[in-house]
Each structure stands twice: as C-alpha cells, then as structure tokens.
Ligand binder design. Structure first.
Ligand code: BGC
Length: 760
C-alpha cells in the first residue's frame, strides 16, 4: 500500500516538475503559486515543520550542538535544509536521500558560511570595506557564489551587515564597520554579487542578511550580549543596511542572538513581522541563527515550548539546528497557540525559495563533480584576491616617506607574521585552505629571490599559554618556540642592527577576532610590544605591518614607529599584495571604516556622534571630555594615507538653496601634489544644523574614487537632493526638514572642506 502511495505521489510530483519545467522560461508567480499550492496540499503538518527545520552536519559547526540521525530525518521528511557541508560528492549524497527516499521528494537547501570568499579567500570583510570599492566588493561576492555553487551550495549566510562601534567585539571583522550609509551600499553590492537578481542560474545562490538585528551593538563589545537602544537610534543608525539589503532583493534574513527591547530577536514579533515584513515588505524567508530558539530559554522568556511558540508567532520560518519546530510545532498548532496559517506561510516561503532556485526542476542543478575544478581557484579568482588585498590595505602613518621600501637597501623582516600562513585567510573562511595562502616571506621570495633580505622571528605570536590553548583548541596552530622570548628578541635585535630598515610584521591570530572572540584589551599582545620596544632601541627606522581582524589601540606604536600599514587578514594572495604595496608597485588606497581609538576607555567611539550641550573645550572644566585622554580618536573614520599626497580645493556649490525635488551640485578639485600615481576616495558628509530631534555632527552621504597621476588634478562632483537630507524623526517618519545644512568634503571624516546651503 505504502509503495502504491509513494508511486502516486511520485507521479504527481513528476507531472508538476514537467509542467513547471515547460513553463521555465516564463516562470511566473502564478506558476510558482500553483506548484507550491499543489505540493502543500499533500503535506502533513510534520512535513511542513520538517521543511522549516535546518540540520547541521559535517565538518564545520559554529555552535555546541550537532544534529543527530540526519539521514533518517531527511528520509522522514523532517529537514528542509542542511548546513555545514560542501563538495558535490557530500551534497549529492544527502540530496539523493531527500529526493529518492523521502515521501514527497522535496529537495534540500544547502547553506554555508561563505563570508569573504569560499575556496579563494578575499580579505576579511572589514578589510574589503576599507577599499570603498563597491564594484570590487560585488565581484568578490560574485566569485564566492561561483565557487560555492560549484561546491553544491545554494545558500550563503552573508552579507553580515551589523553596524558596530565597538572594536572589542570580535565580529567587527565580518562587517563593513561603523557607518550605516557605507554599510548599506556594501550590503547591496554583496546581495547583487551573490544573487544577480536571477536565481535560475546555476552559479547564483540565495544570500542571507544577518544578523537581524542590531547585533553589533552588544553591550561592552561582548558577544551575544544584551542590546538596548531607542527606536530613533535604530532607524537612523543601525537598521539602514538590513533594509538596503532587503530592498536589493536578498532572499533570506537571519535573526540575531541578542535581545531587542527585552525580547530575543528570534521571538521578536515587532522586528520580524511588523518591521521586516510589513514595513519593509520582505517576502523571503527568515532563518534563526544557530540554536537561537532553544537559547531563548536562557534569556528567560519561557520554557522550550513557550520559546518555540514565541518564535513561530514572531514570524520565524526556519529553525537553524534547534529542532524546536519538530519537537513542539505540532502540539502548538493542535492546542491553538500557533495558527496553521503561520506554519503554512512559513513552509510556503521556503518552498518558494527552492522553486526559484530551480531545485524542483532539477534537485542536482548545483551538483556537478567537474565544476569545482573549472570554477575554483581559477587564475581570475586568484588575481581578484590579490587586487582585493591590495585595495584593502590602509597606510596609517608614513613619516619621512619611509615607505615604499627601496629594495637596494638592507631590509630586515621581523616578526611571527612574516612566515605564518594560518591567519592570512582570517576567521569565517570555513572552506578556505590556509595552506594555499601566500605568506609575506613567500611573496618577497617570489619577487626578489631567497637571499635578498634578512629575517628573524623576534617573538611568538602570543606568550599567554592559557590563551594559546583556548585558540589552538579551535585550530589556531600557534606554536611557542623552543627559544626563550629573550633569545628571540636578541636575535631580532642583532638582525635589525645589520639592516638599514626594519619591517616588523605583527598582529593577532585570526582566531582573536570573529565569533566569540572578544577582547577587553585590544592592543598588540604584550610580548610583541616588548619586541617593538627592543627594536626601537636599535635606532633603526621601523615600518610596522599589522595583521589584525579589528582596529587595535596603537597609541604607543603611532608615537614610536616610522610607518604603520594595516593589512587586516588579507586572504589567499596576502603575501603577494603586501610585497607589491611595500615596494611601491602600487600605492595603498584603503581607508578605515571603523574609528581607531586611542585607548579602550574611549569606546564606543565613532565619527557621526551627536553634539552635547557642552561640546568639548580643553580650556573649560565643565565640558564633555576626559581628564586623561583627548576626545579625538587616533585615526578617524575614512582615514588612510597614500604614497602620494592629495590636496583639496574649496567646495563650489551650484546653488546655496535647495528646493524640494531639486538638486544642487557640490564640486571640489582634488590634486595629486606628490610624486606618484594614486587613488583617493573623496568623501561627502552632510550636517543638518538644526533638527526637530538632535542630529549627528556629520554623516557620510556619498563617496567617489579618483585616480590621479602626479601633478594632475581632477574635479569630483556630488549631486545633493532632499533625499540625502532625510532622517527618521521622533514619529519614525522619514522626513526632510527645511533649514541650514553644511556640506563637508575631504579624504577622511576629520580633514574636510566645508560649505553651507539652505533647504527651503
Ligand atoms: C553565526 C552565524 C552563522 C551561523 C551558521 C552562527 O553561530 O552567528 O553568523 O551564519 O552560526 O554557521
């Protein structure tokens, strides 16, 4: 009997598949609706809850829980998606079980954290953001989608668009930094790169905006911690990138671990339904973060059954790894605590995503054993990795033009990061292969041969054995040398003494940033600082090259080093890119997208702050400041030097009045006053001088890049319309208010020219 039923369902499904593929070119919403209606009419409640469940298998997990009996659950129709595996072989095996052995043969979605590249790794996202190059960022997302889809995947948990103002938080490495405008443009570029507005291709994948929402505002920069802020701040400062990604067509959204207004995001009806679906019109599906539903019990909003009820009623569609819908969903529906409609809507959205991907037509469309070879690690992708690395690096200091280096001089490369490869691909590079990354030493030797420079290790990456153990338990491969720290430093000093210039290559292990990798002291590890102090005593000029996943506090380094170059974790071609930058084949052009504080006590610190009633005045006691350190950051948002020098003329406004619906143009002349070619990111900021609510001292509203040969200049123009002046007022209405505005243009958020206009 069962066999007959199975055959019957199979033939029904096949007829659906055939009619669907006949209509493939039109693929109208009506076709999809008919198909999904038909399929859902055959589904039991358990099967619907199964579609709403994501299991984790395999090699990479990001939480403490692993799914059990995965194959059995797939056979029983109790899984809609799987996360944590890739390769066509591994994915084919599970897809085959779903398609051959489950009652309704519904194919699975395969999700994975493809965050800054899949196999070919690009710089960490904070580094990519520092390029301010949207086209480049889109191309990296595109390349990542090509490699991921070649590996059988059809869903990435990216872009991560959490605005953050706290570099103690380890996950700053995954996002675009502190600014909502830049974050929004980057979010759009990434969604476009992954999805191309066309999921029917075999090399586009679902994107997933995360973590919705406000995750980057975790108190004290501690991961998973409480978030609390006014709606005014949410709307103006934290929500725009999520909204921009949704408007750019992102197919899925992931909830965040934190609470918002006293309710964890995964149970927050206001966020998931009122805001995301009703206000923003999001039509895709919502997945929770990893076990976020059961974790709501720890948050203290109910027992397991209650938190499941909360999340279903909030509008969550898929449970990542928690299996709470499987356990409690049926009972909640039967007792009337959750309506059948909620379940139907959620299941429908997931089936729609599968339909749009073409999985009902061909469940194996992403699975082809030849594709990884054809599409991964191609010369184009490796070249893109180098281009992205070059464009992400930020020159923070360069006294006396010590950089670029002159290869005819004697140069000593000193530090644990000269040769280490493990860190170069950064955190969240799950399918990346760090052994394929090019170290700085390899980059140097490729270009200059083996015996050109002097080398010394100088220090271990870390001396703190308890921390080393914690990090090594998660694959950091940090080695402590047999030589004592003193011996390492002595060798380094002797090496430095034989050189004309020292390049100290220091920083964090990759695992010192990323998820659950927060720090209260964000300076260089003490033992690395000891090395720098000893090198400083040699009197040799020192270039400090940093590899980090976050802004560090670099006050001492800024006072004592001749040059500082921030290279982040620059990806597969890090060493090649760094060699080119150090020797001036290309000038650095990156600009930081997070403020670098002078010390941890200044945090949170960000450029688009409000004025107080008592703005800082160093000569007056009762003003808003610290006794022990200035209010100014070490390096402001948008800052980054070049090997050449750019000078700015005055701002020319096409008019000093803007009328509703009109435009004015702000133009500035930028000149390359130095001796080398270079690219400058020209930034436009606006201040709303008087508002119905207080407004920031300035906000980024545009940016453009210009490449200039030495001695040349060019004009850069920005059109300003009333749209650029809008903000959310106290009623959360998006309005423009007439009055005075100031325009600022410059090469960073601090050093700007300004002009005024009025909005009529
Ligand atoms: C992270 C997400 C990630 C998910 C799946 C979670 O721990 O917060 O960013 O996408 O795991 O790996």
């Amino acid at each position: 009997m069962k066999k007959i039923l199975n055959l019957l369902f199979l033939s029904l499904l096949l007829s659906n598949i055939i009619s669907c593929s006949q209509n493939k070119t039109s693929k109208s919403d009506a076709d999809m609706d008919r198909f999904v209606d038909d399929l859902m009419s055959k589904m039991t409640l358990e099967e619907k809850l199964g579609q709403m469940t994501q299991l984790v298998v395999g090699f990479d997990t990001t939480g403490p829980v692993m799914s059990k009996d995965v194959e059995e659950k797939i056979k029983a129709g109790l899984a809609g998606s799987v996360l944590g595996i890739y390769t066509p072989e591994a994915i084919r095996k599970l897809q085959k079980i779903a398609v051959d052995n489950s009652r309704l043969k519904i194919p699975l979605l395969f999700g994975y954290d493809v965050i800054h590249g899949h196999r070919t790794i690009f710089p960490i996202n904070l580094g990519l953001a520092a390029s301010w190059d949207l086209d480049l960022i889109e191309r990296t997302a595109r390349a990542a989608a090509e490699e991921a889809s070649a590996d059988g995947l059809n869903w990435t948990f990216s872009p991560m668009v959490d605005i953050t103002r706290d570099p103690r938080w380890g996950r700053v490495s995954e996002g675009a930094g502190e600014d909502a405008y830049l974050g929004s443009r980057i979010a759009e570029a990434m969604v476009k790169g992954y999805e191309q507005n066309d999921l029917s291709k075999d090399n586009t994948i679902l994107s997933c905006v995360k973590h919705f929402g406000l995750y980057g505002a975790s108190e004290a920069g501690r991961d998973y911690n409480t978030v609390d802020m006014s709606r005014l701040r949410m709307y103006n400062e934290y929500l725009p990138p999520y909204k921009a990604a949704v408007e750019a067509g992102s197919s899925t959204v992931m909830t965040s671990f934190n609470e918002v207004e006293g309710m964890p995001a995964s149970g927050n009806k206001w966020m998931m339904t009122d805001l995301l679906r009703n206000e923003w019109g999001f039509g895709g599906f919502i997945v929770t973060d990893y076990t976020a539903i059961p974790e709501m019990v720890n948050h203290g909003v109910g027992d397991s059954s209650k938190v499941t009820e909360l999340s279903l009623n909030a509008g969550v569609d898929m449970d990542m790894v928690g299996e709470m819908f499987l356990k409690f969903g049926a009972e909640l529906v039967q007792s009337g605590r959750v309506s059948g409609k909620m379940i139907n809507d959620a299941c429908r959205r997931i089936l729609e995503a599968k339909y749009k991907l073409g999985l009902f037509e061909n469940p194996y469309r992403y699975i082809d054993e030849n594709r990884p070879k054809e599409r991964s690690f191609t010369p184009e992708k490796l070249a893109l990795s180098k281009e992205a690395a070059v464009k992400s690096m930020v020159l923070l200091k360069n006294d006396g033009d010590i950089l670029p280096l002159d290869p005819t001089r004697k140069i000593a490369f000193i530090g644990p990061q000269v040769e280490r490869k493990r860190d170069l691909i950064g955190s969240w590079s799950a399918a990346g292969d760090w052994t394929q990354a090019v170290s700085l030493r390899e980059g140097l030797e490729k270009k200059f041969g083996k015996n050109k420079f002097l080398y010394a290790q100088g220090a271990n990456l870390l001396e703190d054995t308890a921390l080393v153990k914690k990090l090594n338990d998660f694959g950091s491969l940090i080695e402590i040398s047999n030589k004592s720290p003193r011996q390492l430093i002595q060798e380094a000093v002797q090496t430095a003494q034989r050189a004309d210039v020292v390049v100290a290559v220091l920083g964090e292990a990759f695992s010192m940033s990323g998820e659950a990798a927060c720090r209260t002291d964000i300076g260089l590890p003490e033992n690395q600082k000891e090395l720098l102090k000893a090198l400083k005593e040699t009197g040799k000029p020192i270039v400090l090259v940093l590899m980090t996943g976050r802004p560090l506090t670099l006050t001492w380094e800024n006072d004592n080093m001749n040059a500082i170059l921030e290279t982040w974790f620059a990806g597969t071609r890090a060493g090649d890119a760094l060699t080119d930058i150090l020797f001036g084949d290309v000038s650095p052009s990156g600009k930081i997208t997070m403020t670098f504080p002078r010390n941890v006590g200044q945090i949170p610190i960000y450029y688009n702050h409000k004025n107080t009633g008592r703005p800082v005045n160093e000569n007056e006691k009762y003003t808003s400041k610290y006794l022990d350190v200035s209010n100014e950051p070490l390096y402001p948002f948008g800052y980054g030097l070049s090997y050449t020098e750019f000078t700015y003329g005055d701002i020319r406004l096409s008019a000093d009045k803007l009328v509703p619906g009109g435009k004015i143009t702000a133009t500035i002349t930028v000149a390359n006053a130095g001796k080398r070619a270079g690219t400058e990111t020209v930034q436009l900021y606006i201040r709303d001088v008087v508002g119905s609510v207080t407004r920031p001292v300035k906000e980024l509203k545009g940016f453009k890049q210009i490449t200039l040969q030495p001695g040349k200049s060019g004009s850069v123009s920005f059109e300003i319309s009333d749209n650029d002046l809008k903000f959310y007022n106290a009623d959360l209405k998006y309005v423009v208010e007439p009055g005075d505005f100031t325009v600022f243009i410059g090469g960073n958020s601090r050093d700007v020219k300004q002009a005024d206009f009025r909005m009529e």
